[in-house]
Ligand binder design. Sequence first.
Ligand code: AMP
Length: 177
Amino acid sequence: MELPYDQAKLAALVRDVPDFPSPGVVFKDVAPLLADPQAFSTVIDVLVMAVGRGTVDRVIGIEARGFILAAPVADRLGAGFVPARKAGKLPGRTSSVSYELEYGLETLEVQSDAIARDDRVVIIDDVLATGGTAAAAIELVTGLGGRVTGLGFLLELGFLGGAARLTGHDHLSLLSY
Ligand code: AMP
């Protein structure tokens, strides 16, 4: 599918912040892009086009910047929005998956009744880095009996190989580094 958008224009609105949040990490700050009405709107348009084929029941946004993108995508697709959050933030019965980061463990949770068996689910986040977070989100959805029909990211750090963690699933990243 042809996705009409100006990559260079979007890329110019992503700011590299060296050594944040820790030494050696180049943080991709998407705040300038989100603050640009036209660029933000383009990103939502492209994500909707890319992940919105067929019926989508739920769009999962991953805490925290994933929420910003997933909510308007869900609205535009006529789907429900589901937050995937860090451990201990969601009330009631939750499903959780722990995964390894470079240092230590991270846990991602969704409310167990947020996804029903056979729901068609799209997962959205701002950055695909090592893929651990997205893989955990896939595990959460499939563990509840849902079907992941696509994943969408604003940008992908290709050199970290995250796409290999998503095998068997379609994903789109608007920008690749
Ligand atoms: P990963 O699990 O390694 O794919 O990391 C993905 C999560 O960490 C996403 O939710 C991103 O928001 C965040 N993240 C990882 N690396 C970066 C980076 N270089 N710049 C901005 N966010 C990042």
